[in-house]
Design a protein around this ligand. Structure first.
Ligand SMILES: OC[C@H]1O[C@H](O[C@H]2O[C@H](CO)[C@@H](O)[C@H](O)[C@H]2O)[C@H](O)[C@@H](O)[C@@H]1O
Length: 515
């Protein structure tokens, strides 16, 4: 909620509220205060009509022949209209009264409680906008994120002041790359490149950078999630305070708060993936983990920057980043890849304090998570047939493949990034990677997972009238649950992935869409 008056007047009025002996304010007084001094939640963003929206654009999903599916796809496409926003002029005039950041360009939000732009969600929003031929809208999303890099040195978790202590999975280069592939717009690449270089520095320096020495004495540089914050997350303040109740000392609470915020930076908030004890959230240890997916995204960032720099004739930058990508590829092979198991595993540091960590054989976390397969997204890995043969076998026997898509993990923890939830971004990266493989078996698997995912999205939409943030992969037609908030609808990245899958695989006339 934004302020009607400046902060000091608001605070003064708040302090004047009558307190009971316990120090508490009555519900009536508090409601009165909220009405008088705060604006309605969400009023800082206004509806925006996208400039490039057409009801059914020319060349829209040419391979979708089935009429039911086509009609549904047009409905999803039209959701871009309802999820499009612009920051209200009053925010630009008076930013201090608002937590929303004064972004200049139109944006697409995920939906429901997520009323602002989110960083990694935007990649799949853009994939959907590109399938919808909305190139200007896609570029606007990127220009807003670039303005955050200009201001803060990195892309924030989301476009709110209270997200300025952390980022999210870094996919800005992937957004620029996909838009360039469709538009060949060199001036867009030129405008974007400086921000990509700045963002690369953010993830490869300071608290995010970790050095690790392998058994042959080679020192590798990898990255981790690490929020610059050791208090409860402002957006989940009371929840975090309650979660920390069982910790006794202030310093333990502060360490825990940092882990909570760092896990939010990972995008997987929350999951047993980051917990030492799967049933105890206070054992989150995200800052002590070198994550497979984060380092895959940064490898992709390095490869993207090298290619983009080359296209605009900046050969020095291109060379520098292709060397950086070589070094990261070696590091990923050495630290995460497990040839016997055919997966890439997160690496757990045995302590958080050394300048150069020594690689330990038991450091890999060999539990099944969908993130163990994210490297297949990258051509460097999906074009390696002998590696992919092992990966496919391992993926098939991992237990992660469900009736309606890929499960996030096998742990029934009731956290939202665990079983039985399947998330659109994870389906997309793994499916796209498998689909690009030279192996027929991988391509068949990709199509099979995409069909299951599309069906469950369709069936749930027909049942509930809306697209969901996450789905239950145990059965077709069920949305997901768990975690600290009620399941959300809307929903940016789910819409984007359905459109991207329909663009890639199409839908033949005679293929049944229902569960
Ligand atoms: O408010 C709680 C948390 O909500 C966000 O996380 C979840 O939604 C995001 C938007 O779709 C998504 O990017 C993230 O992966 C989800 O886990 C937010 O990003 C968190 O920082 C926030 O604490």
């Amino acid at each position: 909620m934004s302020l009607k008056f400046n902060l000091s007047k608001t605070e003064k009025e708040f302090d004047k509220l009558k307190r009971r002996k316990s120090g508490k304010v009555s519900v009536k007084d508090l409601s009165g205060f909220i009405k008088s001094y705060l604006n309605e939640a969400g009023s800082d963003l206004v509806y925006h009509e996208p400039v490039d929206f057409e009801y059914e654009p020319i060349g829209f999903l040419p391979r979708v022949e089935n009429l039911k599916v086509r009609k549904w796809a047009v409905e999803i496409h039209s959701l871009w209209k309802s999820l499009s926003r612009k920051v209200d002029d009053r925010v630009i005039e008076n930013p201090d009264l608002h937590t929303i950041l004064p972004l200049k360009y139109p944006m697409v939000i995920p939906g429901s409680r997520f009323r602002e732009v989110y960083y990694w969600d935007s990649y799949w929003v853009i994939r959907g906008l590109l399938a919808s031929k909305m190139y200007e809208s896609a570029k606007s999303v990127v220009y807003n994120l670039i303005s955050l890099v200009d201001e803060y040195g990195f892309v924030l978790n989301g476009a709110r002041a209270y997200y300025s202590n952390r980022s999210q999975p870094p996919l800005l280069s992937s957004m620029v790359f996909e838009i360039y592939k469709r538009t060949n717009d060199l001036s867009f690449v030129k405008k974007s490149l400086p921000a990509l270089l700045k963002e690369h520095k953010f993830w490869n320096s300071g608290v995010h950078e970790v050095k690790i020495q392998d058994s042959e004495g080679c020192i590798h540089s990898l990255s981790r999630y690490y929020a610059m914050w050791n208090k409860p997350r402002p957006e989940s303040f009371t929840i975090d305070k309650e979660s920390a109740l069982k910790l006794l000392s202030d310093s333990d609470k502060q360490l825990f708060y940092r882990e909570l915020a760092s896990t939010a930076e990972s995008g997987w908030d929350f999951s047993t993936r980051w917990m030492r004890n799967q049933s105890d959230l206070t054992t989150l240890a995200t800052t002590s983990i070198l994550p497979v997916d984060l380092n895959t995204y940064i490898l992709k960032m390095e490869l993207d920057i090298a290619t983009l720099a080359k296209t605009i004739g900046d050969s020095l930058t291109a060379e520098h980043f292709s060397e950086a990508s070589e070094a990261r590829r070696t590091a990923i092979n050495s630290i995460f890849w497990n040839s016997e198991k055919g997966q890439w595993f997160d690496y757990w540091l045995s302590n958080n304090f050394e300048e150069v960590h020594k690689l330990e054989a038991q450091g890999q976390n060999q539990i099944s998570f969908a993130s163990n397969f994210i490297p297949v997204w990258i051509e460097l890995f999906n074009s390696d047939d002998s590696k992919m043969e092992k990966v496919i076998k391992s993926f098939q026997s991992s237990g992660l493949l469900g009736a309606a898509g890929i499960a996030t993990s096998l742990s029934h923890s009731s956290e939202q990034w665990d079983f039985p939830n399947g998330w659109a971004p994870l389906q997309h990266m793994i499916v796209e990677g498998l689909a690009r493989s030279g192996l027929k078996e991988a391509r068949c698997m990709a199509k099979d997972i995409a069909v299951r995912w599309i069906r469950t999205n369709y069936e749930t939409y027909k049942e509930t009238g809306t697209m969901h943030e996450k789905y239950d992969v145990e059965a077709c037609g069920k949305f997901g649950g768990g975690g600290e908030y009620v399941p959300q609808t809307g929903f940016g990245w789910s819409n984007g992935v359905v459109l991207a899958f329909l663009e890639e695989f199409g839908w033949p006339e005679d293929l049944e869409i229902g569960c």
